[in-house]
Design a protein around this ligand. Structure first.
Ligand code: ARG
Length: 461
């Protein structure tokens, strides 16, 4: 078992089948630079505790720097005989600085505390990238809202026409969940910023190495309080996978609407050519593939989360090799979001809205019936009664095949003496939208205020 991290107590090396199953370099190599950072920090802790001379420490850092250059330029790669990234890098270090010095670095650490630390560092870095991409998407949504301050959309519940709303209000309703996702990432990162390094395999180290020093060097807030917990807990990974899944779900809800809006039947949006796709057989087609992929990948993100949770369920303390299964799903979630978010932001930024069509459809489906009922409430009639009056007006108009706004004075009066001609002041979508001045409502001033708040919250997140 030449070059492996273990072997002395074994009469033979690993069978080829075991080696094949055990090998993780095809995915954990993504952690190679974090492993090097961990090794730099660990070398400092060893030197501080007197296990490396100043010269040895200098040579160690130089050797690790050479490895890092090889990782970056691709000349250093794991070999098929390497079990994992840690073993591969120890072999490379020994190649760079010799077995005497290279063999000293492993003192006081285990792959168990290493991997638990490296995955946190990886996720913290990518959380920042993902947050940046979410910000770009929120910016694109806000820019569209600003570009269409007065545009009106038929608001829906149950996918049926309900009440007219401002397009800006609707778009901002897709931005708020993303703001909360940013806040989730921020909250998570506080919990994630912990260094299990120094916990060793499970029980801690006998060498008196300074875990504060290592945490500080790695940019993590503090060492783990408990070496068993530090080396074997993966709730931090599961929580990240949840946030990733939630982001995917939030995107999928917006995606679904863009797909609907882009149909001929809705006709609310046109996708930019650069952000839509064609068909290999139907020359006329222009498809919303970005929205569809975003919708589809939400399923994949959910799968990554639930698979990981299933792996973690009922695992006894402390480290178990099952934990190696945390990486592929969460790495996949990271990569998925890092390709979906930029495409989604580009699609949103370049959407063209047919505001005339949306405004024309907004009053359809008797969407102003609530306005009639509330207008009557303001004139002192109980809502129970005004709901009935407005409902009767809807029925009368439906029988005549007209909209509420087309009802004659006679028709209004025949439904109820309370329905005097002044009711028409609320029978326009603009009037309806403007009158919804309650907190969080769709009145233009409220929507503009809300946008200012949204932008402020994003800057905090
Ligand atoms: N590759 C392992 C993981 O990803 C870390 C190595 C620990 N291996 C071990 N036999 N204790 O979790």
């Amino acid at each position: 078992n030449e070059g492996a991290l273990w072997g002395a107590r074994f009469a033979t090396g690993p069978s080829p089948e075991l080696a094949e199953l055990s090998r993780s370099t095809h995915f954990d190599w993504d952690l190679a630079l974090y492993d090097i950072a961990g090794s730099h920090a660990h070398a400092k802790a060893l030197a501080a505790a007197g296990y490396l001379t100043a010269d040895e420490e200098t040579a160690m850092h130089a050797g690790l720097d050479a490895l890092a250059r090889g990782i970056v330029d691709g000349t250093l790669r794991p070999s098929p005989s390497d079990e994992d990234v840690h073993g591969a890098l120890e072999q490379a270090l020994i190649g760079a600085v010799g077995p005497e010095l290279g063999g000293k670095l492993r003192a006081g650490r285990s792959r168990n505390d290493q991997i638990a630390t490296l995955v946190r560092m990886y996720l913290l870095d990518h959380a920042r990238t993902i947050a940046r991409e979410i910000l770009r998407l929120v910016d694109a949504i806000v820019a569209q809202a600003e570009a269409h301050p007065g545009a009106i959309l038929p608001g829906r519940t149950h996918l049926q026409h309900a009440q007219p709303v401002l397009l800006a209000h609707h778009l901002q309703a897709h931005a708020w969940p993303l703001v909360r996702d940013l806040e989730r990432l921020r909250d998570w990162s506080v919990r994630a910023s912990v260094s299990p390094y120094g916990g060793g395999a499970l029980a801690g180290s006998t060498l008196g190495l300074d875990p504060q020093l290592v945490a500080r060097e790695l940019g993590l807030a503090r060492p783990s309080e408990n070496s068993l917990d530090g080396t074997s807990a993966r709730d931090v990974v599961a929580e990240f996978a949840f946030i990733a899944a939630m982001i995917g779900i939030d995107l999928s809800r917006f995606a679904e609407e863009i797909i609907l809006w882009n149909t001929r039947e809705f006709g609310f949006v046109t996708l930019d050519d650069g952000y839509s796709t064609g068909s290999s057989i139907m020359p006329q087609k222009k498809n919303p593939d970005i929205a569809e992929l975003a919708r589809g990948k939400a399923g994949r993100l959910i799968g990554n989360l639930t698979g990981l949770l299933a792996t973690l369920k009922a695992l006894p303390l402390a480290y178990n090799r099952d934990l190696q299964e945390d990486k592929e799903p969460v790495f996949d979630s990271v990569r998925t979001l890092e390709v979906v978010l930029p495409a989604f932001a580009g699609m949103v930024a370049t959407l063209r809205f047919d505001t005339d069509r949306m405004a024309a459809l907004a009053p359809q489906g008797f969407s102003l019936a609530t306005d009639v009922a509330e207008w009557l409430v303001k004139r002192g009639i109980p809502f129970r009664e005004t709901h009935e009056i407005s409902g009767a007006l809807v029925r009368a108009c439906e029988q005549q095949g007209i909209g509420l706004e087309d009802a004659s004075d006679e028709l209004l009066a025949s439904v109820s003496p309370h329905l005097v001609p002044e009711v028409r002041e609320v029978l326009t979508v603009e009037g309806s939208v403007a009158s919804r001045t309650g907190v969080g409502g769709t009145a233009p001033d409220r929507v503009a205020e809300q946008r200012a708040e949204l932008i402020a919250r994003v800057q905090d997140a």
